[in-house]
Design a protein around this ligand. Structure first.
Ligand code: PHE
Length: 383
């Protein structure tokens, strides 16, 4: 019994299909249908053996030639398609070497303007030979008030102003001294003087806490303390240091400073210092003639200072007949707001990334008096 042979597809038409195959997959499918085990060609080849011997050679030669032609056509098309595919991937994966270099993640980060102002202040005082001191934010009442000559009935000691920890009297005779969240950086004066030996010249930046909250006050804010103790240190030195500091910080030599008498328990005499400023289109600019000078300037209170009270020196183990000096304390946040034009202090602690992106400074920028204290270029071109 013989099954009818499928006819061989016409050669010309087959070659055209091979030439027009659009992909390597399509071409491979075509090869299988033309030459594979189930193809008409394979069936014809298998049948040669059954032909009368005289016909075999001619039939064999003709079929082999067709098969050869098809194989060559398939190979040719395959190499064309392979080349096309390779070129396509090359184009797709091409690296554009004219693109800017990818930024490392830290280049997108921003330093908080308060951190930036802090660094700038440390830099200014470092160039004046001030070292850096630190103290704990959880303080004893003794360091925060008593050693600083603060009387028992002073209003700052009131729990409505200062955050106290519950007293730890355990009823078995054990007790811990009263602790609180320091309400200023002045206790660092006591700690540093007790731990070292005069002369002293240091600053102490850090967090402080007060029961206060409105547009210009937050329960936590930052202060920077300064202390200079030597044998003949006087108010003239204090005035020079503060003037230099403010002019350097605001990068403006027109900044003037004015003292007014004040009261702090830990200094005698005590002074409040005002800084000159002027308004320019709603913005406050540090510097200018100051009040009353006819230059349209005004004064703003910015810090407390004075000559260190002898009681404070004695409480820290110094002989007040031998040593004297000055101290000052100012708000880092306040000065940062003025310098960077931040309208509301509370925004500083909102953890808003868009805000930080706008007011922040590149972490790659390092403030220095020689290279520049702050990035002056407009937002977008910074660092
Ligand atoms: N500790 C004061 C305050 O917080 C500031 C100050 C510091 C005043 C040092 C005098 C001397 O207001």
């Amino acid at each position: 019994m013989t099954t009818p042979l499928p006819p061989l597809p016409p050669m010309e038409e087959t070659l055209r299909r091979v030439k027009e195959a659009r992909s390597l997959t399509a071409l491979e499918a075509l090869r299988v249908s033309l030459l594979g085990r189930k193809s008409a060609m394979a069936a014809h080849l298998r049948l040669i053996g059954r032909l009368p011997p005289k016909d075999r050679a001619a039939r064999g030669t003709s079929l082999n030639e067709s098969r050869q032609t098809l194989t060559e056509a398939l190979e040719t098309r395959k190499s064309v398609l392979t080349k096309e595919a390779r070129e396509k991937t090359l184009v797709q994966n091409a690296a554009d070497i004219t693109l800017p270099v990818a930024q490392p993640p830290f280049a997108f980060g921003r330093l908080h303007p308060i951190a930036q102002a802090w660094d700038e202040m440390v830099e200014i005082f470092a160039t004046l030979g001030f070292s850096l001191e630190e103290g704990p934010e959880i303080e004893t009442e003794e360091h925060n008030f008593t050693a600083l000559n603060t009387p028992e009935e002073h209003p700052a000691r009131d729990p409505s102003d200062t955050f106290y920890f519950p007293s730890r009297k355990d009823g078995k005779g054990g007790s811990a001294p009263p602790h609180l969240l320091r309400c200023h950086t002045s206790p660092v004066q006591i700690r540093a003087m007790r731990a070292g030996a005069p002369p002293f010249r240091f600053i102490a930046p850090g967090r402080v806490y007060r029961r206060d909250s409105d547009q210009t006050h937050t329960p936590m804010f930052h202060q920077i303390e300064g202390l200079v103790i030597d044998r003949d240190c006087h108010l003239g030195h204090l005035k020079w240091v503060l003037t230099h500091f403010l002019r350097a910080f605001f990068e403006n030599d027109a900044v003037e400073i004015r003292f007014r008498p004040h009261h702090f328990p830990f200094t005698e005499p005590s002074l409040e210092a005002d800084m000159s400023y002027r308004r320019e289109g709603g913005r406050i600019i540090a510097g200018g003639g100051g009040g009353g000078g006819g230059g349209g300037g005004e004064w703003m209170e910015i810090l407390g200072c004075g000559m260190v009270h002898p009681h404070v020196l004695e409480a820290s183990g110094l002989d007040a007949r031998e040593w004297q000096g000055f101290a000052f304390g100012t708000g880092i946040d306040r000065l940062a707001m003025l310098k960077y034009g931040i309208p509301d202090l509370r925004q500083c602690f909102d953890a808003n990334l868009d805000w930080l992106d706008f007011y922040g400074v590149s972490p790659l920028f390092a403030p220095s008096l020689s290279g520049g204290l702050s990035p002056k270029t407009p937002k977008g071109e910074r660092g």
